[in-house]
Design a protein around this ligand. Structure first.
Ligand SMILES: Nc1nc2c(ncn2[C@@H]2O[C@H](COP(=O)(O)OP(=O)(O)O)[C@@H](O)[C@H]2O)c(=O)[nH]1
Ligand SMILES: [Mg+2]
Length: 434
């Protein structure tokens, strides 16, 4: 249902009645102011820009103080975000101010991923807020909201055009944060060059589809000034904490051999315009836009990613409970599917192992049979050899017996012949026996 329809319905059942006397609810705005003042406010600024472009100096100049911090070096291996929170007090209004600055931005040879730590930082603050919101016991009034309300993007005063690093970074950030582009150290650029540079930057932002923050013109009280200031973007600023006596007044200025540039002189730079727009006129709108536009987008994408929806596929309202149950059923279904898959896999693995074992057993049997046969063959060969040896032994024995017999016979025969010969010798001594 559209918001206007709801408004009409509420209006239809509602009658306007006059009051006979003072009731007191006209003090509601005052009550709100008092409550807000007692709670205090918080504002978080992100300064994105190359090292040495005057980020820290501008913050000191804007808030008329000296925030501590060492100047960053150009030797950082990557981009880091340095965050500091300060408690400031003006009249009876307390402000918890967080200044986040990019350290090492633009100092690497490969600048391809320079925007990533910035995007991650912004998302991390949204995520922390979302987690607080989703808690069962949430304490949002006491929660330190660290979401970035304004991103001051420092452009180098080259007078040429935007660097690709600037365009890529701003493009990546524009749906997450209110970008206010500013030309840093604008005392380094001449008046005519500055006018051309502003036009060039604006046209490049438009042609690359970079959405920068527009000061709101829907509130009548600020519509005129905001409308005029939108035309002055990007603001050309100068920062300085040095105070010089100009006339009979102490003023923030930068002194050069050829003259003095006054930070708060609108003829010299847009510093006053920036301070006016950022702090004095639109601080609340920047906070509001952060919550209702950028955080809302992050929250929506995140919840959709988690599977939450407002309507079902037939565009009927879908409650959180239904979404939860649908998700739970989907999860249980997936779990069951996974379980079944694992069971199947297990059975398959067991089968494979069984087949492997069977194969190994078969191979073992075959090996055993082979060895058994080899053994039998060997045994047979040995038996044959033994038999042939036995035969040989027997034959030898037979031959030996026969030889012995023959020898004994021949020795017997030899003995009778000797007797015969002795006899003959006796009868005939001249007989030669040999
Ligand atoms: N010319 C000029 N110099 C500036 C301006 N703002 C700061 N600086 C000088 O630039 C140098 C670096 O400034 P710093 O604030 O540390 O830069 P950061 O690294 O971006 O924080 C310092 O010497 C400042 O005095 C400016 O608007 N114009
Ligand atoms: Mg610095």
């Amino acid at each position: 249902m559209a918001a206007t329809d709801i408004a009409r319905q509420v209006g239809e059942g509602c009658r306007t009645v006059p009051l006979a006397g003072h009731v007191g609810f006209d003090s509601l705005p005052d009550q709100l102011v008092n409550k807000s003042v007692s709670q205090g406010f918080c504002f978080n600024i992100l300064c994105v820009g190359e090292t040495g472009l005057g980020k820290s100096t501008l913050m000191d100049t804007l808030f008329n103080t000296k925030f501590e911090g060492e100047p960053a070096t150009h030797t950082q291996p990557g981009v880091q975000l340095r965050s500091n929170t300060y408690d400031l007090q003006e009249s009876n209004v307390g402000l918890k101010l967080t200044i986040v600055s990019t350290v090492g931005f633009g100092d690497q040879i490969n600048k391809e991923d320079s925007y990533k730590p910035i995007v991650e930082f912004i998302d991390a603050q949204f995520e922390a807020y979302l987690q607080e919101e989703l808690k069962i016991r949430r304490v949002l009034h006491a929660y330190h909201d660290s979401r970035i309300h304004a991103c001051l993007y420092f452009i180098a005063p080259t007078g040429h055009s935007l660097k690709s690093l600037d365009l890529v970074t701003m493009k990546k950030l524009d749906s997450k944060v209110n970008i206010i582009p500013i030309i840093a150290k604008s005392d380094a650029i001449s008046k005519s060059e500055l006018t051309k540079f502003k036009i060039k930057i604006t046209s490049e932002l438009v042609s690359n589809g970079v959405q920068i923050y527009q000061f709101p013109t829907d509130d009548e009280s600020v519509a005129e000034i905001n409308g005029t200031m939108n035309a002055h973007l990007p603001f050309a600023v100068i920062g300085s904490t040095e105070e010089l006596k100009i006339g009979n007044k102490m003023m923030k200025a930068r002194q050069y051999p050829w003259g003095t540039v006054q930070v708060e002189n609108e003829a010299h730079c847009d510093f006053v315009k920036l301070r006016e727009m950022l702090i004095r006129v639109n601080m609340e709108d920047l906070r509001e836009q952060t919550h209702s536009r950028h955080y809302e987008l992050y929250r929506r994408c995140k919840l959709e990613e988690m599977g939450f929806q407002d309507t079902d596929p037939d565009s009927k309202p879908f409650s959180l409970q239904e979404t939860y149950e649908a998700k739970r059923n989907e999860f249980l279904g997936e779990l069951q599917k996974k379980e079944e898959e694992m069971r199947q896999m297990f059975v398959q693995r067991v089968k494979e192992k069984e087949a492997e074992l069977k194969e190994a057993e078969k191979e073992l049997h075959e090996k055993f049979d082979r060895l058994k046969k080899l053994h039998q063959d060997e045994k047979k060969k040995l038996e044959d050899k033994k038999k042939s040896l036995d035969d040989e032994v027997n034959a030898f024995k037979q031959r030996k017996t026969a030889a012995e017999l023959l020898q004994s016979q021949s020795s017997q025969a030899g003995g009778s012949q000797t007797l015969k010969r002795d006899k003959e010798k006796k009868n005939n001594p001249w007989l030669c026996t040999e």
